[in-house]
Design a protein around this ligand. Structure first.
Ligand code: KIV
Ligand code: ZN
Length: 514
């Protein structure tokens, strides 16, 4: 099974969601899944169906939404988990399941309290049980990089016999080094009976900053699937970053001689969408998608690039979908041009409310002379995942001076009825959030607040993202506006609307089931 094609398995919706503060609602997951389909990833891990009603519902919704990629759910080796995972993907055109159990002695002794033989038996039984119902069955040996390699061979031999088609070798704790990873894969591929009939897969975490390097080492040693996430989101320090691994394979195809099916021009829109939805900012110096990834600062570099880009550029920004802040539309652009541009950017979701999105574009174009691709992505990311708004901002007035306490007056429509509130605060944003909280009768705490400028210039939009908490539940909100206090108010209201939606959704699932 050694071809030159590397399958991309995206786990943004499962392992990615395990990033602290990255939880997403079902609509947001569906919007991301659509973008993953545009990216042309091969497999989407949509969630862990048995872990909660919400996760089950998300897997189910993603399975019925996308058509080309395999959609699967994570599952433990337990019968109940497997049944639930299979049911969650039953509407998928190409359903699958991903079954895992830990194999390191550390996990066996301290977590599972099982013997090595018991783990082999549980794994083989689970794969055999799932295989009766699904063709696409993947097996993962959790904490493989810290497991005894001869023992891994015995586990893998049995699960391959039982019908696993993909064998995943996770570096669960981000402990491995690239040389060791390459060696481990070479050993497993060469010594596992039946290993030539399956696809070998790498799943690396980034605790020591080596997830991408380890994944590439695995690929060079025979792995033909990489598990990764958009922007490298994931448990703790994250997973292998999809954009980095894909662009490394593409840019250094002279070395690897391999390819993926990813439509690289969709990388940047995907990265922005995931950042908008999760509220987790992309570091400015992040490879491929960070703001500085293609910026040349030093005079010598600028001079070289002006003479010939090849002097300092190993990739073109256009290849990853960065349109160099291209001026696209303005106040006089029509609906047709707007929709057309969204299609070219690959961000027009079929069930998006295009009228609302166009209205937002017009409102922005009235304030801002030039509307860039970046602005459009921000409008659409908001619209694609907009939940029904219970709270709407009708009016905002803020004042501040070096002498007086900052004050805010808001009028907010709550279920259509307008409420007016006034508050003072440490700053204008604080006063504004307090007034909104009073008007909506909500008691969330603000855990994260970030503001950044989208595109340059005096009339640039400010993009605000915030994370609010109410007990166990968290939700993120985004707002973009040429005035950052307005952007802040919109972001806060968006987070409160999503929190309200989340509570009602959880209640509905409790009463009706998914
Ligand atoms: O990191 C890990 O081991 C995992 C498995 C469940 C595949 O995420
Ligand atoms: Zn993981």
């Amino acid at each position: 099974m050694k071809t030159n094609y590397v399958q991309i398995f995206d786990t943004t919706l499962r392992d990615g969601e395990q990033s602290p503060g990255a939880s997403m609602n079902v609509e947001e997951k569906v919007a991301i899944a659509r973008q993953l389909e545009q990216l042309n990833v091969d497999v989407i891990e949509a969630g862990f169906a048995a872990s909660s009603e919400g996760d089950y519902d998300s897997v189910h919704r993603v399975a019925e939404t996308v058509t080309r990629p395999i959609v699967l759910s994570l599952s433990r080796t337990k019968e109940g988990d497997i049944e639930r995972a299979i049911r969650a993907v039953e509407k998928a055109k190409r359903p699958g399941i991903h079954i895992f159990i830990a194999t390191s002695d550390i996990h066996l002794k301290h977590k599972l309290m099982m013997s090595r033989q018991e783990v082999v038996d549980a794994a083989a039984w689970a794969i055999g049980f799932a295989k009766k119902r699904l063709d696409y069955v993947e097996f993962s040996a959790e904490d493989a990089s810290r497991s005894d390699r001869d023992y891994l061979v015995s586990v893998f031999t049995e699960v391959i016999k039982a019908g696993a088609v993909t064998i995943n070798v996770p570096d669960t704790t981000g402990y491995a080094l690239p040389e060791q990873t390459g060696e481990l894969f070479r050993f497993l591929v060469a010594n596992t009976p039946g290993g030539d009939r399956v696809s070998w897969s790498a799943h690396c975490h980034n605790d020591l900053g080596m997830a991408v390097a380890n994944s590439l080492a695995a690929v060079a040693a025979g792995a033909r699937q990489v598990e990764c996430t958009v922007n490298g989101l994931g448990e703790r320090a994250g997973n292998t970053s999809m954009e980095e691994v894909v662009m490394a394979l593409k840019t250094r195809s002279d070395f690897f001689g391999l390819e993926t099916g990813v439509v690289t021009e969709q990388i940047y829109p995907a990265s922005r969408l995931v950042s908008q939805i999760t509220g987790i900012a992309i570091p400015i110096n992040k490879p491929i998608v960070g703001e500085n990834a293609f910026a040349h600062e030093a005079g010598i570099h600028q001079d070289g690039v002006l003479k010939n880009k090849i002097t300092y550029e190993i990739m073109r920004p256009e290849t990853v979908g960065i349109g160099a802040n291209r001026l696209v539309l303005g106040k006089h652009s029509g609906r047709h041009a707007f929709v057309d541009r969204l299609r070219t950017l690959g961000i027009a979701a079929p069930d998006m409310d295009m009228n609302k999105a166009f209205e937002r574009f017009k409102a922005l174009a009235d304030k801002k002379k030039s509307v860039y691709d970046e602005d459009l992505i921000s409008i659409v990311a908001g619209e694609a995942v907009r939940v029904p708004d219970r709270y709407e901002l009708a009016h905002l007035h803020v004042t501040s001076s070096s002498e007086d306490e900052p004050q805010a007056t808001v009028r907010v429509r709550v279920d259509g009825a307008e409420r007016r509130e006034h508050a003072t605060g440490d700053g204008m944003v604080d006063a504004c959030f307090k007034a909104i909280a009073q008007a909506t009768g909500t008691h969330c705490t603000l855990e994260r607040y970030a503001v950044k400028a989208i595109t340059g210039g005096e009339d640039a939009q400010g993009e605000v993202s915030c994370l609010v908490r109410d007990g166990e539940l968290t939700s993120t909100g985004q707002g973009a506006h040429t005035d950052i206090i307005m952007a802040s108010a919109l972001a806060f209201l968006n987070a409160l609307n999503k929190m309200d939606y989340r509570k009602r959704y959880a209640e509905r699932l409790r009463v009706e089931g998914p």
